[in-house]
Design a protein around this ligand. Sequence first.
Ligand SMILES: *[C@@H]1O[C@H](CO)[C@@H](O)[C@H](O)[C@H]1NC(C)=O
Ligand SMILES: *[C@@H]1O[C@H](CO)[C@@H](O)[C@H](O)[C@H]1NC(C)=O
Ligand SMILES: *[C@@H]1O[C@H](CO)[C@@H](O)[C@H](O)[C@H]1NC(C)=O
Ligand SMILES: *[C@@H]1O[C@H](CO)[C@@H](O)[C@H](O)[C@H]1NC(C)=O
Length: 480
Amino acid sequence: MKLEALAALFSLLAAANAHEGVFGRHAAIAQKRQDTTSSVSSASSSVSSSLASSQTSQASTTSSQGATSAVSSASATSAPVAPSAPAGPPATGANGVPPLSQITSGMPAGTTYAASETFPAGSTPSFSGAPPLPTPFVFSPGNWPAQDKIPPTDSPEVQEWIKELDGVNIPDFAPTVDGSCGGDPAAAAQAEQRGWWTCGGWTGPEDITMCPEKLTWGISFDDGPGPYTQKLLDYLDTKNQQATFFVVGSRCIERPQLLIEEHMAGHEISVHTWSHHALTTMTNEEIVAELGWTRKIIKEVLGVTPTTMRAPFGDIDNRVRAISLAMGLRPIQWTRFNGFAYDTNDWKVAAGTVSPTDQMATFNSILGNATLMDNGFIVLEHDLYEQTVDLAVGYTLDAARTHNPPFKLQRIGECMNIPLTDMYLETTTNTTFPAHRDTNTSGDPNGAANQSSGARSLTSPAVSVIIAAGMAVVGGSLLL
Ligand SMILES: *[C@@H]1O[C@H](CO)[C@@H](O)[C@H](O)[C@H]1NC(C)=O
Ligand SMILES: *[C@@H]1O[C@H](CO)[C@@H](O)[C@H](O)[C@H]1NC(C)=O
Ligand SMILES: *[C@@H]1O[C@H](CO)[C@@H](O)[C@H](O)[C@H]1NC(C)=O
Ligand SMILES: *[C@@H]1O[C@H](CO)[C@@H](O)[C@H](O)[C@H]1NC(C)=O
Protein backbone atom coordinates (compact mmCIF):
# COMPACT_ATOMS: atom_id res chain seq x y z
CA MET A 1 0.00 0.00 0.00
CA LYS A 2 1.27 3.44 -0.82
CA LEU A 3 2.12 5.72 2.06
CA GLU A 4 -0.23 8.45 0.86
CA ALA A 5 -3.10 5.97 0.77
CA LEU A 6 -2.25 4.91 4.30
CA ALA A 7 -2.11 8.47 5.47
CA ALA A 8 -5.53 9.07 3.97
CA LEU A 9 -6.86 5.92 5.63
CA PHE A 10 -5.51 6.97 9.00
CA SER A 11 -6.97 10.43 8.77
CA LEU A 12 -10.35 8.97 7.84
CA LEU A 13 -10.15 6.69 10.86
CA ALA A 14 -9.11 9.66 12.94
CA ALA A 15 -12.12 11.66 11.85
CA ALA A 16 -14.46 8.77 12.61
CA ASN A 17 -13.23 8.21 16.14
CA ALA A 18 -13.18 10.29 19.27
CA HIS A 19 -10.74 8.41 21.47
CA GLU A 20 -7.23 9.29 22.56
CA GLY A 21 -5.09 10.26 19.60
CA VAL A 22 -1.64 9.15 20.56
CA PHE A 23 -2.32 5.51 19.82
CA GLY A 24 -3.15 6.15 16.21
CA ARG A 25 0.08 8.00 15.68
CA HIS A 26 2.14 5.15 17.01
CA ALA A 27 0.31 2.63 14.87
CA ALA A 28 0.76 4.92 11.91
CA ILE A 29 4.48 5.07 12.52
CA ALA A 30 4.79 1.30 12.77
CA GLN A 31 2.65 1.04 9.68
CA LYS A 32 4.86 3.42 7.77
CA ARG A 33 7.98 1.47 8.62
CA GLN A 34 6.46 -1.82 7.57
CA ASP A 35 5.14 -0.32 4.40
CA THR A 36 8.56 0.97 3.50
CA THR A 37 9.97 -2.44 4.17
CA SER A 38 7.55 -4.24 1.94
CA SER A 39 8.30 -1.89 -0.90
CA VAL A 40 11.95 -2.91 -0.95
CA SER A 41 11.66 -6.61 -0.34
CA SER A 42 9.26 -8.97 -1.97
CA ALA A 43 10.55 -11.76 0.25
CA SER A 44 9.19 -10.12 3.37
CA SER A 45 6.13 -8.45 1.93
CA SER A 46 3.64 -11.12 2.93
CA VAL A 47 4.75 -10.81 6.55
CA SER A 48 4.57 -7.07 6.33
CA SER A 49 1.11 -6.98 4.90
CA SER A 50 -0.30 -9.43 7.42
CA LEU A 51 1.09 -7.27 10.21
CA ALA A 52 -0.19 -4.24 8.41
CA SER A 53 -3.70 -5.50 7.99
CA SER A 54 -4.04 -6.49 11.64
CA GLN A 55 -2.83 -3.06 12.63
CA THR A 56 -5.20 -1.38 10.29
CA SER A 57 -8.25 -3.27 11.51
CA GLN A 58 -7.18 -2.58 15.07
CA ALA A 59 -6.76 1.07 14.30
CA SER A 60 -10.37 1.35 13.24
CA THR A 61 -11.51 0.78 16.83
CA THR A 62 -9.16 3.05 18.71
CA SER A 63 -7.37 5.51 16.51
CA SER A 64 -7.86 9.21 16.48
CA GLN A 65 -5.32 11.79 15.59
CA GLY A 66 -7.73 14.66 15.74
CA ALA A 67 -8.31 14.78 19.47
CA THR A 68 -4.90 16.02 20.54
CA SER A 69 -4.13 18.23 17.60
CA ALA A 70 -6.82 20.78 18.32
CA VAL A 71 -5.32 23.96 19.71
CA SER A 72 -6.75 25.51 22.82
CA SER A 73 -7.14 29.14 23.73
CA ALA A 74 -4.16 30.99 25.12
CA SER A 75 -5.70 31.01 28.57
CA ALA A 76 -5.65 27.22 28.97
CA THR A 77 -3.27 25.96 31.61
CA SER A 78 -2.16 23.05 29.48
CA ALA A 79 -2.59 21.74 25.98
CA PRO A 80 -5.87 20.09 25.03
CA VAL A 81 -6.36 16.42 25.74
CA ALA A 82 -9.01 13.97 24.64
CA PRO A 83 -11.95 13.52 27.03
CA SER A 84 -11.70 10.56 29.39
CA ALA A 85 -12.92 7.31 27.95
CA PRO A 86 -15.97 5.67 29.56
CA ALA A 87 -15.25 3.21 32.36
CA GLY A 88 -14.77 -0.43 31.32
CA PRO A 89 -15.93 -3.56 33.15
CA PRO A 90 -14.58 -4.21 36.66
CA ALA A 91 -11.03 -5.46 36.62
CA THR A 92 -10.48 -8.87 38.13
CA GLY A 93 -6.75 -9.55 37.59
CA ALA A 94 -3.64 -8.67 39.54
CA ASN A 95 -3.23 -5.21 41.09
CA GLY A 96 -6.57 -3.95 39.80
CA VAL A 97 -5.88 -4.62 36.12
CA PRO A 98 -7.69 -7.13 33.87
CA PRO A 99 -6.59 -10.76 33.58
CA LEU A 100 -3.59 -11.05 31.25
CA SER A 101 -5.50 -12.55 28.33
CA GLN A 102 -7.92 -9.62 28.36
CA ILE A 103 -5.25 -6.92 27.97
CA THR A 104 -5.75 -6.48 24.26
CA SER A 105 -5.97 -3.69 21.76
CA GLY A 106 -9.76 -3.96 21.65
CA MET A 107 -10.35 -4.00 25.39
CA PRO A 108 -12.86 -1.47 26.76
CA ALA A 109 -11.13 1.60 28.12
CA GLY A 110 -10.81 1.49 31.89
CA THR A 111 -10.98 4.16 34.52
CA THR A 112 -8.67 7.12 34.18
CA TYR A 113 -7.10 8.08 37.45
CA ALA A 114 -7.23 11.48 39.06
CA ALA A 115 -4.01 13.13 40.14
CA SER A 116 -3.19 11.68 43.54
CA GLU A 117 -1.47 14.82 44.75
CA THR A 118 -0.92 18.34 43.48
CA PHE A 119 2.20 20.31 44.23
CA PRO A 120 2.11 24.09 44.48
CA ALA A 121 4.88 26.29 43.13
CA GLY A 122 7.76 26.38 45.56
CA SER A 123 7.43 22.71 46.55
CA THR A 124 10.88 21.20 46.71
CA PRO A 125 11.85 17.75 45.45
CA SER A 126 13.65 15.63 48.01
CA PHE A 127 17.08 15.44 46.43
CA SER A 128 19.96 17.65 47.46
CA GLY A 129 20.01 21.13 45.97
CA ALA A 130 16.90 20.58 43.86
CA PRO A 131 15.35 23.90 42.82
CA PRO A 132 11.76 24.53 44.00
CA LEU A 133 8.97 24.02 41.46
CA PRO A 134 8.49 27.11 39.26
CA THR A 135 5.20 28.99 38.89
CA PRO A 136 2.70 26.60 37.31
CA PHE A 137 3.17 26.14 33.59
CA VAL A 138 0.60 27.96 31.48
CA PHE A 139 0.32 26.66 27.95
CA SER A 140 0.26 29.33 25.33
CA PRO A 141 0.14 27.86 21.81
CA GLY A 142 2.11 30.72 20.30
CA ASN A 143 5.10 29.86 22.48
CA TRP A 144 5.48 26.25 21.40
CA PRO A 145 5.86 24.26 18.19
CA ALA A 146 2.88 22.27 16.89
CA GLN A 147 2.36 18.98 18.70
CA ASP A 148 3.75 15.79 17.14
CA LYS A 149 5.49 17.53 14.26
CA ILE A 150 9.22 18.12 13.82
CA PRO A 151 9.59 21.75 14.98
CA PRO A 152 10.70 24.40 12.49
CA THR A 153 14.38 25.31 12.68
CA ASP A 154 14.13 29.03 11.90
CA SER A 155 12.76 30.08 15.29
CA PRO A 156 14.97 32.27 17.52
CA GLU A 157 15.06 29.47 20.12
CA VAL A 158 16.37 26.83 17.73
CA GLN A 159 18.82 29.28 16.17
CA GLU A 160 20.21 29.90 19.66
CA TRP A 161 20.47 26.19 20.53
CA ILE A 162 22.27 25.44 17.25
CA LYS A 163 25.19 27.46 18.64
CA GLU A 164 25.72 24.68 21.19
CA LEU A 165 27.19 22.66 18.32
CA ASP A 166 29.93 25.24 17.67
CA GLY A 167 33.36 23.65 17.81
CA VAL A 168 31.91 20.16 18.13
CA ASN A 169 32.80 17.49 15.62
CA ILE A 170 29.49 16.30 14.19
CA PRO A 171 29.93 13.38 11.75
CA ASP A 172 28.88 14.37 8.28
CA PHE A 173 26.31 11.67 7.45
CA ALA A 174 23.26 12.29 5.31
CA PRO A 175 20.02 11.70 7.23
CA THR A 176 18.60 8.20 6.76
CA VAL A 177 15.53 7.77 4.57
CA ASP A 178 13.12 6.58 7.26
CA GLY A 179 15.15 5.33 10.22
CA SER A 180 14.87 1.69 9.13
CA CYS A 181 17.55 -0.56 7.63
CA GLY A 182 15.29 -1.72 4.82
CA GLY A 183 14.28 1.82 3.94
CA ASP A 184 17.88 2.95 3.45
CA PRO A 185 20.13 0.12 2.23
CA ALA A 186 22.99 2.53 1.51
CA ALA A 187 23.03 3.80 5.08
CA ALA A 188 22.50 0.25 6.38
CA ALA A 189 25.62 -0.82 4.50
CA GLN A 190 27.51 1.83 6.50
CA ALA A 191 25.88 0.91 9.80
CA GLU A 192 29.18 0.24 11.54
CA GLN A 193 30.82 3.47 10.36
CA ARG A 194 27.70 5.37 11.34
CA GLY A 195 27.45 3.59 14.69
CA TRP A 196 23.79 3.04 13.76
CA TRP A 197 22.03 1.16 16.54
CA THR A 198 18.95 0.39 14.48
CA CYS A 199 20.90 -1.76 12.01
CA GLY A 200 22.99 -4.17 14.04
CA GLY A 201 23.03 -2.69 17.51
CA TRP A 202 26.03 -0.36 17.18
CA THR A 203 26.64 1.78 20.24
CA GLY A 204 28.90 4.67 21.22
CA PRO A 205 31.19 4.78 24.25
CA GLU A 206 28.86 7.20 26.07
CA ASP A 207 25.70 5.15 25.55
CA ILE A 208 24.08 3.66 28.62
CA THR A 209 22.82 0.21 27.58
CA MET A 210 22.86 -1.83 30.78
CA CYS A 211 23.26 -1.58 34.54
CA PRO A 212 26.64 -2.60 35.91
CA GLU A 213 25.40 -4.83 38.74
CA LYS A 214 24.13 -8.34 37.99
CA LEU A 215 20.40 -9.05 38.52
CA THR A 216 19.61 -5.33 38.54
CA TRP A 217 16.89 -3.98 36.25
CA GLY A 218 17.00 -0.29 35.43
CA ILE A 219 13.29 0.29 34.78
CA SER A 220 11.98 2.93 32.41
CA PHE A 221 8.79 4.02 30.68
CA ASP A 222 8.64 5.88 27.38
CA ASP A 223 6.39 8.29 25.49
CA GLY A 224 4.30 9.79 28.33
CA PRO A 225 2.97 11.40 30.30
CA GLY A 226 -0.26 9.80 29.11
CA PRO A 227 -3.82 9.22 30.29
CA TYR A 228 -2.88 6.09 32.28
CA THR A 229 0.48 7.24 33.65
CA GLN A 230 -1.23 8.06 36.95
CA LYS A 231 -2.17 4.41 37.40
CA LEU A 232 1.47 3.45 37.00
CA LEU A 233 2.64 6.16 39.39
CA ASP A 234 0.14 5.02 42.02
CA TYR A 235 1.39 1.44 41.70
CA LEU A 236 5.06 2.47 41.88
CA ASP A 237 4.25 4.53 44.95
CA THR A 238 2.72 1.56 46.76
CA LYS A 239 5.91 -0.41 46.07
CA ASN A 240 8.19 2.48 47.02
CA GLN A 241 9.65 1.98 43.57
CA GLN A 242 11.19 4.56 41.28
CA ALA A 243 11.75 4.51 37.53
CA THR A 244 13.13 6.60 34.68
CA PHE A 245 10.56 8.35 32.48
CA PHE A 246 11.52 9.24 28.89
CA VAL A 247 9.03 11.99 28.23
CA VAL A 248 7.83 13.46 24.93
CA GLY A 249 7.55 17.26 24.77
CA SER A 250 4.22 17.13 22.93
CA ARG A 251 2.83 15.06 25.83
CA CYS A 252 4.37 17.25 28.57
CA ILE A 253 2.39 20.29 27.44
CA GLU A 254 -0.79 18.20 27.79
CA ARG A 255 -0.10 16.86 31.28
CA PRO A 256 2.39 19.04 33.12
CA GLN A 257 0.93 18.00 36.50
CA LEU A 258 1.88 14.39 35.83
CA LEU A 259 5.41 15.41 34.94
CA ILE A 260 5.57 17.26 38.27
CA GLU A 261 4.24 14.26 40.14
CA GLU A 262 6.89 12.03 38.55
CA HIS A 263 9.62 14.45 39.52
CA MET A 264 8.36 15.00 43.07
CA ALA A 265 8.15 11.23 43.62
CA GLY A 266 11.86 10.92 42.83
CA HIS A 267 11.52 9.35 39.39
CA GLU A 268 14.15 10.38 36.85
CA ILE A 269 13.04 12.53 33.93
CA SER A 270 14.82 12.18 30.59
CA VAL A 271 14.36 13.76 27.14
CA HIS A 272 12.53 11.65 24.52
CA THR A 273 12.14 14.39 21.86
CA TRP A 274 9.33 16.76 20.96
CA SER A 275 7.49 14.82 18.23
CA HIS A 276 8.70 11.21 18.56
CA HIS A 277 10.00 10.78 15.04
CA ALA A 278 13.16 8.85 14.10
CA LEU A 279 16.12 11.18 14.76
CA THR A 280 18.48 9.69 12.16
CA THR A 281 16.06 10.90 9.45
CA MET A 282 16.49 14.54 10.48
CA THR A 283 18.93 17.30 9.66
CA ASN A 284 21.30 18.44 12.42
CA GLU A 285 19.11 21.50 12.97
CA GLU A 286 15.95 19.43 13.26
CA ILE A 287 17.60 17.17 15.84
CA VAL A 288 18.58 20.28 17.82
CA ALA A 289 14.97 21.49 17.63
CA GLU A 290 13.55 18.14 18.81
CA LEU A 291 15.90 17.97 21.80
CA GLY A 292 15.90 21.68 22.56
CA TRP A 293 12.12 22.13 22.82
CA THR A 294 11.85 19.05 25.04
CA ARG A 295 14.60 20.31 27.37
CA LYS A 296 12.79 23.64 27.47
CA ILE A 297 9.31 22.32 28.38
CA ILE A 298 10.79 20.11 31.12
CA LYS A 299 12.72 23.08 32.53
CA GLU A 300 9.63 25.30 32.45
CA VAL A 301 7.48 22.74 34.25
CA LEU A 302 10.04 21.36 36.70
CA GLY A 303 12.80 23.93 36.95
CA VAL A 304 15.42 21.34 35.95
CA THR A 305 17.01 20.27 32.66
CA PRO A 306 17.73 16.57 32.08
CA THR A 307 21.27 15.43 31.29
CA THR A 308 20.13 12.29 29.48
CA MET A 309 17.99 11.38 26.47
CA ARG A 310 16.62 8.36 24.63
CA ALA A 311 16.10 8.34 20.86
CA PRO A 312 12.60 7.32 19.68
CA PHE A 313 12.71 3.69 18.46
CA GLY A 314 16.30 3.68 19.80
CA ASP A 315 17.18 5.14 16.39
CA ILE A 316 20.57 6.71 17.05
CA ASP A 317 23.87 6.98 15.19
CA ASN A 318 27.12 8.86 15.75
CA ARG A 319 25.68 12.05 14.28
CA VAL A 320 22.68 12.02 16.61
CA ARG A 321 24.96 11.07 19.53
CA ALA A 322 27.35 13.94 18.88
CA ILE A 323 24.49 16.45 18.73
CA SER A 324 22.86 15.06 21.88
CA LEU A 325 26.12 15.14 23.80
CA ALA A 326 26.87 18.66 22.58
CA MET A 327 23.49 19.65 24.04
CA GLY A 328 24.40 18.04 27.36
CA LEU A 329 22.30 14.90 26.87
CA ARG A 330 23.83 11.46 27.31
CA PRO A 331 22.08 8.69 25.32
CA ILE A 332 20.30 5.83 27.09
CA GLN A 333 19.30 2.80 25.00
CA TRP A 334 18.12 -0.62 26.12
CA THR A 335 20.06 -3.85 26.52
CA ARG A 336 20.90 -6.32 23.79
CA PHE A 337 22.30 -9.66 24.89
CA ASN A 338 23.27 -12.50 22.54
CA GLY A 339 21.42 -10.72 19.76
CA PHE A 340 18.28 -10.36 21.87
CA ALA A 341 16.98 -6.79 22.17
CA TYR A 342 15.25 -6.27 25.52
CA ASP A 343 12.06 -4.84 24.06
CA THR A 344 8.99 -6.26 25.85
CA ASN A 345 6.86 -5.56 22.75
CA ASP A 346 4.27 -4.06 25.11
CA TRP A 347 3.45 -1.38 22.53
CA LYS A 348 2.61 -4.11 20.02
CA VAL A 349 -0.06 -5.39 22.40
CA ALA A 350 -1.57 -1.90 22.28
CA ALA A 351 -1.21 -2.00 18.49
CA GLY A 352 -2.91 -5.39 18.25
CA THR A 353 0.02 -7.20 16.63
CA VAL A 354 1.27 -9.18 19.64
CA SER A 355 -0.89 -11.08 22.14
CA PRO A 356 -0.53 -10.32 25.85
CA THR A 357 0.60 -13.90 26.54
CA ASP A 358 3.29 -13.64 23.84
CA GLN A 359 4.38 -10.35 25.35
CA MET A 360 4.76 -12.02 28.74
CA ALA A 361 6.68 -14.89 27.14
CA THR A 362 9.07 -12.33 25.65
CA PHE A 363 9.38 -10.65 29.01
CA ASN A 364 10.10 -13.96 30.75
CA SER A 365 12.78 -14.66 28.13
CA ILE A 366 14.29 -11.30 28.99
CA LEU A 367 14.37 -12.25 32.67
CA GLY A 368 15.79 -15.68 31.83
CA ASN A 369 18.54 -14.20 29.69
CA ALA A 370 19.21 -11.53 32.30
CA THR A 371 20.13 -14.22 34.83
CA LEU A 372 22.87 -15.32 32.41
CA MET A 373 24.40 -11.83 32.14
CA ASP A 374 27.34 -10.60 34.19
CA ASN A 375 25.63 -7.18 34.36
CA GLY A 376 22.22 -5.82 35.02
CA PHE A 377 19.95 -4.72 32.21
CA ILE A 378 17.57 -2.12 30.79
CA VAL A 379 14.22 -2.99 29.18
CA LEU A 380 11.94 -1.00 26.88
CA GLU A 381 8.42 -0.40 28.27
CA HIS A 382 5.81 2.33 27.75
CA ASP A 383 3.42 4.35 29.91
CA LEU A 384 1.51 5.87 26.99
CA TYR A 385 -1.17 3.23 26.48
CA GLU A 386 -3.60 1.62 28.91
CA GLN A 387 -2.47 -1.83 27.78
CA THR A 388 1.22 -1.14 28.41
CA VAL A 389 0.49 0.35 31.83
CA ASP A 390 -1.67 -2.66 32.74
CA LEU A 391 1.04 -5.08 31.62
CA ALA A 392 3.60 -3.29 33.79
CA VAL A 393 1.37 -2.79 36.84
CA GLY A 394 -0.26 -6.21 36.75
CA TYR A 395 2.46 -8.43 35.39
CA THR A 396 6.01 -7.50 34.38
CA LEU A 397 7.15 -5.58 37.46
CA ASP A 398 5.86 -8.24 39.86
CA ALA A 399 7.32 -11.01 37.69
CA ALA A 400 10.76 -9.49 38.14
CA ARG A 401 10.30 -9.00 41.84
CA THR A 402 9.07 -12.52 42.51
CA HIS A 403 11.51 -14.17 40.10
CA ASN A 404 13.98 -16.67 41.51
CA PRO A 405 16.59 -15.29 41.83
CA PRO A 406 14.77 -11.97 42.40
CA PHE A 407 15.82 -8.85 40.55
CA LYS A 408 16.59 -5.51 42.11
CA LEU A 409 14.52 -2.78 40.42
CA GLN A 410 16.07 0.67 40.21
CA ARG A 411 15.99 3.87 38.18
CA ILE A 412 18.48 3.74 35.32
CA GLY A 413 20.67 6.53 36.70
CA GLU A 414 20.50 4.90 40.11
CA CYS A 415 21.62 1.51 38.78
CA MET A 416 24.47 3.32 37.00
CA ASN A 417 25.50 4.87 40.34
CA ILE A 418 24.70 8.29 38.91
CA PRO A 419 23.25 10.37 41.75
CA LEU A 420 19.87 11.99 41.07
CA THR A 421 21.59 15.37 41.27
CA ASP A 422 23.67 14.48 38.21
CA MET A 423 20.58 13.65 36.19
CA TYR A 424 19.91 17.42 35.92
CA LEU A 425 22.02 20.30 34.69
CA GLU A 426 21.01 22.63 37.52
CA THR A 427 22.07 20.24 40.27
CA THR A 428 24.92 18.18 38.86
CA THR A 429 28.23 18.47 40.65
CA ASN A 430 30.09 16.28 38.18
CA THR A 431 32.12 18.39 35.81
CA THR A 432 32.72 15.56 33.34
CA PHE A 433 29.16 14.25 33.29
CA PRO A 434 27.01 14.66 31.25
CA ALA A 435 28.37 16.71 28.43
CA HIS A 436 31.21 15.06 26.63
CA ARG A 437 31.95 17.54 23.88
CA ASP A 438 33.59 15.62 21.08
CA THR A 439 36.11 18.24 20.07
CA ASN A 440 38.08 17.81 16.90
CA THR A 441 41.07 16.38 18.76
CA SER A 442 39.26 13.08 19.24
CA GLY A 443 39.23 12.75 15.47
CA ASP A 444 37.74 9.72 13.82
CA PRO A 445 33.99 9.49 14.38
CA ASN A 446 34.15 5.90 13.16
CA GLY A 447 36.21 5.04 16.20
CA ALA A 448 33.22 5.64 18.44
CA ALA A 449 31.18 2.78 17.05
CA ASN A 450 30.90 -0.48 18.89
CA GLN A 451 28.49 -3.32 18.93
CA SER A 452 26.91 -4.66 22.10
CA SER A 453 27.67 -8.25 22.92
CA GLY A 454 26.77 -10.61 20.14
CA ALA A 455 24.13 -8.44 18.50
CA ARG A 456 23.48 -10.53 15.43
CA SER A 457 19.74 -10.71 15.13
CA LEU A 458 16.68 -9.14 16.62
CA THR A 459 13.57 -10.79 17.91
CA SER A 460 10.77 -8.33 17.39
CA PRO A 461 8.81 -9.29 14.28
CA ALA A 462 8.65 -5.80 12.84
CA VAL A 463 12.37 -5.26 13.26
CA SER A 464 13.12 -8.73 11.91
CA VAL A 465 11.13 -7.88 8.84
CA ILE A 466 13.12 -4.70 8.41
CA ILE A 467 16.38 -6.58 8.84
CA ALA A 468 15.23 -9.24 6.39
CA ALA A 469 14.45 -6.54 3.88
CA GLY A 470 17.83 -4.97 4.48
CA MET A 471 19.49 -8.32 3.85
CA ALA A 472 17.57 -8.83 0.68
CA VAL A 473 18.75 -5.48 -0.59
CA VAL A 474 22.39 -5.50 0.44
CA GLY A 475 22.94 -9.18 -0.08
CA GLY A 476 22.93 -10.35 3.50
CA SER A 477 26.55 -10.55 4.46
CA LEU A 478 26.92 -6.92 5.43
CA LEU A 479 24.24 -7.01 8.06
CA LEU A 480 24.28 -10.42 9.68
C1 LIG B 1 36.05 21.27 14.12
O1 LIG B 1 35.89 20.82 12.78
C2 LIG B 1 34.89 21.52 12.06
C3 LIG B 1 34.80 20.90 10.68
O2 LIG B 1 34.82 19.52 10.77
C4 LIG B 1 35.28 23.00 11.97
O3 LIG B 1 34.28 23.70 11.29
C5 LIG B 1 35.44 23.55 13.38
O4 LIG B 1 35.90 24.87 13.29
C6 LIG B 1 36.44 22.73 14.16
N1 LIG B 1 36.45 23.20 15.54
C7 LIG B 1 37.59 23.37 16.23
C8 LIG B 1 37.41 23.82 17.64
O5 LIG B 1 38.67 23.13 15.78
C1 LIG C 1 34.16 -1.98 22.09
O1 LIG C 1 33.87 -3.19 22.77
C2 LIG C 1 35.02 -3.86 23.22
C3 LIG C 1 34.56 -5.20 23.79
O2 LIG C 1 33.40 -5.07 24.55
C4 LIG C 1 35.74 -3.00 24.25
O3 LIG C 1 36.92 -3.64 24.71
C5 LIG C 1 36.13 -1.68 23.62
O4 LIG C 1 36.69 -0.82 24.57
C6 LIG C 1 34.88 -1.01 23.02
N1 LIG C 1 35.29 0.18 22.29
C7 LIG C 1 34.62 1.33 22.40
C8 LIG C 1 35.14 2.43 21.55
O5 LIG C 1 33.67 1.46 23.15
C1 LIG D 1 16.86 -16.16 26.01
O1 LIG D 1 16.10 -15.57 24.97
C2 LIG D 1 15.75 -16.45 23.92
C3 LIG D 1 14.93 -15.68 22.90
O2 LIG D 1 15.63 -14.63 22.40
C4 LIG D 1 14.93 -17.60 24.43
O3 LIG D 1 14.68 -18.50 23.37
C5 LIG D 1 15.66 -18.29 25.55
O4 LIG D 1 14.81 -19.27 26.11
C6 LIG D 1 16.05 -17.29 26.62
N1 LIG D 1 16.83 -17.94 27.66
C7 LIG D 1 16.39 -18.08 28.89
C8 LIG D 1 17.34 -18.74 29.85
O5 LIG D 1 15.30 -17.67 29.25
C1 LIG E 1 31.38 11.87 36.66
O1 LIG E 1 30.89 11.33 35.43
C2 LIG E 1 31.81 10.49 34.77
C3 LIG E 1 31.20 10.13 33.43
O2 LIG E 1 29.96 9.49 33.60
C4 LIG E 1 32.12 9.29 35.65
O3 LIG E 1 33.07 8.46 35.01
C5 LIG E 1 32.66 9.75 37.00
O4 LIG E 1 32.81 8.64 37.86
C6 LIG E 1 31.71 10.75 37.64
N1 LIG E 1 32.33 11.31 38.82
C7 LIG E 1 31.71 11.32 40.00
C8 LIG E 1 32.44 11.96 41.12
O5 LIG E 1 30.60 10.82 40.16
